[in-house]
Design a protein around this ligand. Structure first.
Ligand code: ADP
Ligand code: GLC
Length: 469
């Protein structure tokens, strides 16, 4: 069985968020289960592509409407990733120092066309093509409808929804960019009068999955306009919880950490990273450290952070540290908050992989007051490193965190995304911290929870097997 994953992101090649972590880990676990799992992604201009060597596998010219672009398919030389990696090099469109931008329609359409032009030349076709998020959402349509890909039309496709907020909408004026198809089928790519790649994928893929079971249920109620479609297609829809790459996210081996630790050495290990964080960010090591790591966008509840932090910090017994970037207004407010809360609050506005690992290993609590959370990987990383998650019960957070008030509970959950509920959840965290016996017991308990990919990779394999090409 040969699976081809098509994605805009893949760790460690290019990462914006959790999509990269998933596409960089799932294939590795699948390969350990007698499946050949490969990844194809764009060739961006970044540190990884600069520092590694690539082999040219294929070369051609693609048509995007009236325009023509030369492209190459590259593979990675000395590949230690645990899966085959192919990169689509379209210098004019993809070789940029960013992943996403305002001209994504053309860029990702060209990426998908180049990928399919290349797959068309394969002697043995993939058993399943798995597309991730809207950037690859027109692939199931093109495979099943574009005349030039007729030879591929019996390849089963899976569409994985990591985030239904972004759907890749573009105007019908650009329909000619899609390789020719029987125009009576144009309804398959349309949703509400615009071309909607995510809707097209939900209609055309053989199976559709979300990255947690709860998120699938929630999308049927509210999916940024696609709820009706998901209800209609529910027979082919399923929720599969993401896992985490426990090779990369392992406090015993993590090379980003100052001191590695296990359950046995948790106290001294975590203390080392906490001390570093507190020295670096001018915080008091004696106080519980509440942290946030992530994109500063509405889905993560980040617009409320300035008010939440101001209110929470009235209590002088806590510290807060934030690592993130996104909305410029929120970034500025979070910067401004530093002056009035010196010694108890700090923020690093930006993206820093190493710092994120140090925070997972040194903070006491991780805040995730998300409005929407399709899965969320941060809470699973936090658990593995012994940091107690404080989450809003939604999507994958609901599927992975049990409140301490319940039997075997280990996290702090709240129902709504309001300033008062988040501040109250932080106060519950402080109470827990004051009970050091219980706090330390829970910290050890959460490190034993297994969220590795093994179980979920198996669920995907079952899904592949259910498809008959
Ligand atoms: P999403 O994909 O919605 O952003 P996830 O929880 O699935 O959320 O994954 C986020 C990933 O991105 C995690 O690996 C997290 O550690 C990482 N991350 C997010 N923001 C930053 C940042 N500013 N610096 C470093 N890592 C970050
Ligand atoms: C998306 C979601 C996040 C999920 C990630 C990986 O970015 O916002 O919740 O964990 O994809 O599937």
């Amino acid at each position: 069985m040969k699976i081809l994953h098509i994605s805009a992101e893949c760790y460690p090649i290019a990462k914006v968020g959790g999509l990269a972590d998933v596409v960089g880990a799932l294939p590795k676990y699948q390969n350990s289960k007698n499946v050949i799992s490969q990844v194809v992604m764009p060739f961006y201009k970044n540190k990884f592509t600069k520092e590694n060597k690539f082999i040219e596998e294929f070369k051609s010219t693609l048509k995007l409407g009236e325009s023509e672009y030369d492209f190459r398919i590259l593979s990675l030389e000395n590949n230690l990733l645990g899966f085959d990696l192919f990169l689509v090099d379209i210098p004019e469109l993809l070789f940029k120092d960013y992943v996403y931008s305002s001209d994504d329609t053309d860029r990702f359409l060209a990426f998908q066309i180049a990928t399919l032009d290349w797959v068309l030349t394969w002697k043995k076709k993939p058993t399943v093509v798995q597309c991730h998020d809207h950037h690859t959402g027109l692939t199931p349509f093109m495979i099943s409808q574009s005349l030039k890909y007729k030879k591929l039309s019996d390849i089963p496709t899976i569409f994985t929804i990591h985030n239904a907020q972004y759907q890749g909408w573009f105007s019908h004026e650009k329909v000619s960019l899609i390789p020719e198809f029987d125009f009576s089928k144009v309804g398959l790519i349309d949703w509400g009068g615009t071309i909607n790649p995510m809707a097209a994928a939900i209609k055309c893929a053989w199976k559709v999955n979300t990255v947690s079971p709860s998120y699938m249920d929630e999308l049927k109620q509210s999916a940024n306009g696609l709820e009706w479609l998901l209800n209609d297609e529910s027979a082919k829809c399923v929720g599969i919880l993401n896992g985490i790459d426990t090779d990369v996210w392992n406090p015993e081996k993590d090379s980003y950490l100052l001191k590695n630790y296990s359950i046995k050495t948790i106290q001294s290990g975590r203390n080392t990273q906490k001390k570093w964080l507190c020295d670096e960010f001018n915080l008091d090591i004696e106080k519980p450290l509440f942290a946030f790591i992530g994109r500063l966008v509405g889905e993560k509840g980040s617009d409320l952070f300035p008010e939440v932090f101001r209110n929470a910090l009235i209590n002088k017994d806590i510290s807060i540290l934030l690592l993130g970037s996104g909305n410029k207004e929120v970034e500025e407010q979070l910067e401004n908050l530093k002056e009035e809360n010196k010694g108890s609050y700090n923020a690093f506005i930006g993206y820093d992989e190493k710092l994120s690992h140090l925070i997972y290993a040194g903070a006491d609590f991780l805040l995730m007051p998300s409005r929407v959370e399709p899965c969320g990987l941060n809470q699973m990383y936090a658990l593995r490193y012994g940091t107690i998650p404080i989450v809003r019960s939604i999507g994958g957070l609901k599927d992975t965190v049990i409140d301490i008030s319940e039997e075997n509970g280990f996290g702090i959950c709240h129902e709504n995304v309001t300033v008062s509920e988040i501040v109250h959840a932080i106060a519950r965290g402080l109470d827990l911290y004051k009970n050091q016996t219980k706090f330390k017991k829970i910290r050890k308990q959460i490190m034993t929870i297994d969220h590795s990919w093994y179980a979920s990779a198996e669920e995907y394999i079952k899904l592949y097997k259910s498809l008959k090409g």
